[in-house]
Design a protein around this ligand. Structure first.
Ligand SMILES: O=C(O)CCC(=O)C(=O)O
Ligand SMILES: [Fe+2]
Length: 307
């Protein structure tokens, strides 16, 4: 985990995403993720080398985010399994107990209210429904999700926004957090391995609520090194540097997950993933204050990158 600063200066291989582009993904447009299907991704994300740029540009932010977060949570160590210490990515920080019990209760209530009106994205595609349902259940990767952009939308979730601002004040992000994605999982729901899109910036943070879950992390250049970490409820995970720009992360859709000597029984879970959109992507995001609240999930053939 701990690496010398010199490591940050090493040049990156030309395109770190070649492997990523071959990873199986659901044929679904996803929110802030790399939301294009494999074929499009290989011509858009890879050709433009965007993900490679994250890895390179993240260098200063990686150090910056890591220092800010570590100063506050120096006693927190990420407990890895299946990846030797010298193969772990830098830029991964986890604070268990980040949210107080009171914050957690208030946030869970407001998230439940917001998500009650959200339809499972897989039901929004009548043409494609059967195939995607089958694939989703096979991979255990169903879940509900919703994105909010713009400060006024974030304020619709006052308890959540307050917790985000607490983190913001710790100096984690360059710029104000302006977007978040809420994921709602039933015990057998998961999230396929992915690297979040460049447009969400070099630092991504996420709160976990409701139930613990195991997150899988994989280095696409060394797939043998697939690691797992435990995200407790009330935790905050921060991804920057290699962990954000080069490694895939995801959640397996298993109701029970072994972790060390424990068996994690998953219940109903929310995760809140948030970021500060870098200025160069803000324009493309459009008028965030007036952007639609409900994300439209399109089939692969009609998909377009939204920003
Ligand atoms: O729910 C989680 O813990 C992970 C979600 C995630 O990676 C995402 O939405 O990008
Ligand atoms: Fe993600």
């Amino acid at each position: 985990m701990l690496r010398s600063r010199l490591t940050y200066l090493l040049p990156k291989p030309l395109c770190a995403t070649q492997e990523l582009c071959r990873t199986p993904m659901l044929p679904i447009v996803r929110n802030h993720h790399t939301r294009t299907p494999n074929t499009l991704r290989s011509t858009q994300a890879c050709k433009s080398g965007l993900d490679t740029r994250i890895g390179t540009k993240a260098s200063s932010t990686r150090t910056y985010a890591a220092i800010a977060f570590k100063q506050r949570h120096a006693d927190e160590m990420v407990q890895w399994i299946d990846v030797p210490a010298d193969k772990q990515p830098d830029g991964i920080h986890l604070a268990n107990d980040y949210l107080t019990e009171t914050e957690h209760t208030a946030m869970a209530a407001e998230l439940a209210g917001l998500m009650s009106g959200v339809v499972d994205p897989f039901t929004l595609q009548p043409m494609n429904k059967r195939a995607t349902d089958e694939l989703a259940s096979k991979l255990g990767q169903k879940r509900k999700m919703k994105c909010l952009h713009g400060i006024s939308q974030l304020k619709e979730l006052p308890a959540t926004y307050q917790a985000i601002q607490r983190l913001e004040k710790e100096g984690l992000f360059k710029g104000a957090v302006d977007s978040l994605q809420i994921n709602e999982y039933q015990p057998t729901h998961g999230c396929p391995p992915h690297i979040d899109a460049p447009s969400v910036g070099p630092v991504i943070a996420m709160f976990s609520l409701g139930t613990p879950t195991v997150m899988t992390l994989r280095n696409p250049r060394e797939p043998a090194h697939t690691g797992r970490i435990l995200l407790e409820e009330r935790s905050c995970l921060v991804l920057s540097g290699q962990a954000r720009g080069e490694w895939l992360h995801g959640v397996d859709g298993n109701a029970t997950q072994p972790f060390k000597d424990q068996t994690i029984s998953r219940g109903h879970r929310y995760s809140v993933v948030f970021w500060a959109t870098p200025p160069k992507y803000e324009k493309a995001l459009g008028d965030v204050e007036n952007s639609p609240k409900t994300i439209v999930f399109k089939t692969a053939s009609t998909s377009k990158r939204r920003f």
